[in-house]
Design a protein around this ligand. Structure first.
Ligand SMILES: [Fe+2]
Length: 293
């Protein structure tokens, strides 16, 4: 399968979807797979200082809230002192689970993204947010991509899940299932919670890299739902992109997540095509709120 998407086509699509707003990254130097060099020497001391502030804020919040797999892997990355050099982490990661990190200018086409994942390459944006975006950023930056996503790629089962997701993405493009499959990424890789003997813990990168949602998502008695992940139900559930999540799907283990995505999704997509998606805040018959007030 040809997995190249031209820069012009991609940027034209983005411009159309965002009513003319351009992406921030520098796409001119990207290759056909949207890979660039991480020019580490070009980061300023202010950017490294901003990274440290972001890192410290999260580390004040995450112990006891993030899953152990994340905390332990992050500690092995020595990423507290400034924006990390991707190559050094990539070598450690490759030795651990066969994944590598590739530097990208920012958001990339879906086809290219899935192709990277299917080949155990995780795209990490090279640029860091501005100081005024400390609390909120629209496009994912290096802090979100690296801090939020890379540690769990050291977990062998989660790493396999991510590859399977990429393979599933390439297939979903052929089957018209992209809207459905994107919800699974959102509710697991970005905003997933995991049940542990110590209670619910966070494994989703969107929460792990966020200042406010770390506490919110584990607070009992909010209006948000915490329900056990059922794959087909998740594929059919809308999500919020501009507020905290109204539903968090909870897994019991990464094995459960991996096994849940073993079946062929083709019949799911067929079935869901004619169904109205569930609103982001729905609790269905038979579902239990796992974090009651
Ligand atoms: Fe992300």
């Amino acid at each position: 399968m040809d997995t190249t998407v031209s820069n012009e086509d991609f940027l034209a699509t983005v411009a159309e979807k965002s009513h003319g707003a351009a992406l921030r990254g520098d796409y001119a130097s990207a290759d056909a797979q949207y890979v660039v060099q991480q020019d580490w020497a070009a980061y300023t001391e202010e950017e490294h200082a901003l990274w440290r502030r972001l890192y410290q804020r999260q580390m004040a919040l995450l112990p006891g809230r993030a899953c152990n797999e994340f905390i332990e892997a992050l500690q092995g990355l020595n990423a507290a002192d400034g924006i990390p050099q991707f190559e050094a982490t990539s070598k450690k990661l490759e030795a651990a689970t066969g994944w590598t990190i590739v530097a990208v200018p920012g958001l990339i086409p879906e086809l290219t993204f899935f192709d990277h994942l299917a080949n155990r390459r995780f795209p990490v944006t090279v640029w860091l947010r501005k100081p005024e975006e400390f609390n909120y950023i629209v496009e994912p930056d290096v802090f979100h991509d690296f801090f939020g996503h890379v540690p769990l790629l050291f977990n062998p089962v989660f790493a396999d899940y991510m590859q399977r997701y990429g393979q599933g993405g390439l297939k979903a493009m052929q089957l018209g299932g992209l809207d459905q499959l994107a919800r699974l990424y959102w509710y697991t890789v970005e905003f997933g919670l995991i049940n542990t003997p110590e209670g619910l813990r966070i494994y989703g990168a969107g929460i792990l890299s966020s200042g406010g949602e770390v506490e919110y998502c584990l607070t009992p008695g909010t209006t948000s739902r915490h329900i056990h992940l059922d794959i087909k139900r998740c594929l059919n559930t809308l999500y919020k992109i501009d507020t905290y999540q109204e539903t968090y799907f909870v897994i019991n283990s990464f094995d459960e997540l991996f096994e849940g995505t073993a079946p062929d999704f083709t019949p799911y997509y067929e079935e869901l095509k004619s169904k109205t998606p569930y609103p982001a805040n729905s609790l269905l018959d038979g579902e239990t709120e796992l974090l009651p007030g």
